[in-house]
Design a protein around this ligand. Structure first.
Ligand code: BDP
Length: 684
């Protein structure tokens, strides 16, 4: 009878060709478990090497494997070398964690059917950055700022006594893609995280993560000496303040000897900082750096600053930070968002990159999709990140790409790093949308090797997460087209920040906040009027173009040479302007919105074609998410076109699908977003 039920169940999930068991996505890309018990030789037992051996036993099906620890001054500590000799796979590394990375690498090669890459000729894999970090915007009450995948993983109330299984699973997933550090708490930081009570909890997490090569970092509130220490000031020039930080840092290192350091959001969006006392970013960062230096800790000081007085928010970081070049300690890294405004679907790169030759710089990407449809839309972000990393800053002539500026190739840095704002939460599938796991994966892979192509990363992820059936290449196609589709149906041609206030999800280009800060209101960014649309950042406008090096400054400044994908970022362009296609700007805008909608529909068709190759549970969830995405794409297109039409007074071209909504009701839409803005979105 039992057998019968099992058979029936299997039938329910059966495809014409194979039985595929339902999966909830919790195993991520780590789904291989048919190890054939070949010989595995490890140099010794240790927590890290036991993990490596365990992974091989669980999943390795190839030739015997030997792990060799070998000091090699020419190799980075975490690097590893692979080769094949006498029918054996040999992984060599100067460190245990390097051997763990090598282990995950050969398992990845196995899953992607690429084992032929291991030959008698040794190949060394070496990380692009020293610190490859996730930034969690997790609050101590377990809400996650801009998190769309459930609650924070960190069960602060239960720690340090109760330890969730997910901590080790999290660490394992990160180690498998080379992530070696995690900032546990929100950049809008509670001082409480530095209290003895919380540090005990942090220590437990650090102990769990250590064998996986992952170090813990914390976001700190600059006013902690007041809020926690009871001092009357947090002025970095005050001896008592500096002393408080020194003692606090020493206390942390007593508990967590390999603690990584601090991430700081200061004088940004109302957070306290050194400017509150007439001091500079350098004064603030250096005080913390001095406390951390004896322990080899770093300070990641964020450059995400903007002010209500600025005529152009996009210029602020450059203006505030460039004057302090050379004044930061060597263990300070300036953490810079990829774009100068804020994680928009498309921005040019932040011109601060490469503009501080004597200061270490790192990129901050956002893995969580605050501005790209939350966990409802598929948007594979590797192409966006590559676009940034491959951008040439020309800071030291051609080939001064952001990748090369931040990995220390253009100007020396004593430490290099890259960060991604995590999209992870307590949802069974970790990231809310089954396909959003690909972004966590892609971030780690690019942090390890920024030269990997998005195509290669997508292929790796699909093979490991869904399988190697050739039909599944349709999923690569979908992923690789997905970010551009979001740009098209939300804000094409350089439009940006035209979201509704409620949670940065839906369209709100019309929204104004009487008496509110202009730079928090969409019309500040699109500037639509009867003549045209776009933000004039040319020399005749806000002059943001001049923050870029030549030839970019001239290229962006000239309407004819500015890339059309960034046109309305840099120019206010007449509705009737002739684009390269010969169409008017208005017609082209309509076409982009329409293309975005068509792409969303195409994703549905592509996904439908995969029904037989994907398990039922993940299939259904993605299918439902794609229905939402398509609905939202139409909503975005209709809202933006109907609203901008009130300025352009032009007809929507005949080959563009007619709006199915009317503008007025769309403008009246309000969102019920649960008790806080991360709850599921419901239109009413
Ligand atoms: C913005 C987010 C806000 C963050 C801020 C930051 O809307 O929640 O606190 O960035 O990066 O994108 O500090």
């Amino acid at each position: 009878m039992k057998k019968h039920i099992a058979w029936l169940l299997a039938c329910l999930l059966v495809s014409p060709f194979q039985i595929i068991l339902a999966e909830d996505g919790s195993r991520l890309w780590l789904r291989q478990d048919n190890g054939t018990q070949t010989e595995i030789v490890v140099p010794k037992t240790s927590p890290t090497l036991n993990l490596a051996a365990g992974e091989l036993r669980r999943a390795w099906q190839g030739n015997p494997v030997t792990l060799v620890l070998k000091a090699d001054k020419r190799m980075k500590k975490e690097a590893f070398t692979l080769r094949q000799t006498d029918g054996k796979v040999i992984i060599t590394s100067p460190s245990e964690v390097g051997l763990l990375y090598g282990t995950y690498h050969i398992l990845r090669l196995q899953a992607t059917r690429s084992l032929s890459e291991i030959t008698e000729v040794p190949v060394t894999c070496s990380p692009s950055y020293d610190l490859r970090l996730l930034n969690h915007w997790d609050n101590l009450d377990r809400s996650v700022e801009r998190g769309y995948a459930g609650k924070s993983l960190w069960e602060w109330d239960e720690l340090p006594l109760h330890v969730s299984d997910r901590y080790a699973e999290y660490a394992r997933a990160n180690a498998s893609i080379g992530i070696n550090g995690t900032v546990l708490n929100n950049v809008n930081a509670s001082a409480q995280i530095l209290s003895p009570e919380y540090l005990e909890k942090v220590k437990v997490l650090a102990d769990i993560f250590r064998p996986y090569g992952i170090r813990v970092f914390l976001s700190v509130n600059f006013a902690s000496p007041m809020q926690l220490g009871g001092l009357s000031t947090a002025d970095p020039a005050d001896k008592q303040v500096a002393g408080w930080w020194k003692r606090k840092v020493n206390e942390i290192y007593r508990l967590i000897p390999d603690f990584g350091g601090f991430l700081v959001k200061a004088n940004s969006e109302g957070q306290p900082g050194p400017q509150d006392y007439g001091r500079t970013h350098a004064d603030g960062a250096n005080m913390l750096a001095d406390a951390l230096k004896p322990h080899k800790g770093v300070v990641m000081w964020r450059s995400f600053v903007y002010s209500p007085d600025s005529d152009d928010r996009a210029k602020q970081a450059y203006k505030e930070f460039v004057p302090f070049d050379g004044q930061f300690r060597s263990n300070v890294i300036i953490q810079i968002k990829n774009g100068p405004v804020d994680f928009q679907p498309r921005e040019p790169f932040t011109p601060l990159f490469g503009a501080m030759p004597h200061t270490a710089q790192m990129v901050e990407f956002q893995i969580t999709q605050e501005y790209l449809g939350f966990a409802n839309h598929v948007a594979f972000l590797s192409p966006m990140w590559k676009e940034c990393l491959e951008s040439d800053t020309y800071c030291r002539g051609a080939n001064s790409t952001i990748a090369r500026v931040t990995d220390g190739s253009v100007y020396p840095q004593s430490v290099t790093a890259i960060a991604g704002v995590s999209n992870i939460g307590t949802d069974a599938n970790w990231c809310g949308h089954p396909l959003a796991q690909a972004n966590w994966y892609a971030f780690g892979r690019l942090a390890w090797n920024h030269e990997l192509s998005s195509e290669a990363i997508a292929r790796e992820w699909v093979c490991q997460t869904y399988g190697t059936d050739p039909h599944l290449q349709a999923l690569d196609t979908l992923l690789l087209a997905s970010r551009e589709a979001v740009v098209d149906y939300m804000m094409p041609l350089g439009l940006h920040h035209i979201f509704s206030f409620s949670g940065h999800y839906g369209p709100g280009p019309w929204q104004t906040m009487p008496g509110g800060r202009p730079d928090w209101q969409p019309p500040y960014y699109h500037r639509a009027d009867s003549i045209g649309i776009g933000f004039d950042r040319t020399t005749a406008g806000s002059d943001a173009v001049s923050q870029y090096n030549e030839p970019l400054a001239s290229q962006y400044n000239d309407l004819r040479t500015c890339p059309e994908s960034l046109l309305l970022w840099f120019h206010h362009v007449p509705w009737t302007y002739r684009m390269k296609s010969g169409r008017t700007l208005w017609d082209e805008l309509c076409l982009h919105y329409d293309t975005g909608v068509k792409q969303a529909r195409r994703f549905q068709t592509l996904w439908d074609s995969l029904q037989s190759y994907v398990d039922a549970e993940r299939y259904e969830l993605v299918k439902q998410k794609l229905i939402i995405q398509t609905r939202d794409a139409v909503w975005w297109k209709d809202a933006c076109l109907l609203y901008f039409q009130t300025f352009s007074r032009q007809r929507i071209p005949l080959d563009v699908e007619r709006p199915i909504h009317e503008l007025e009701p769309l403008m009246q839409l309000r969102f019920r977003i649960g008790n806080h803005e991360n709850a599921p979105l419901i239109l009413n």
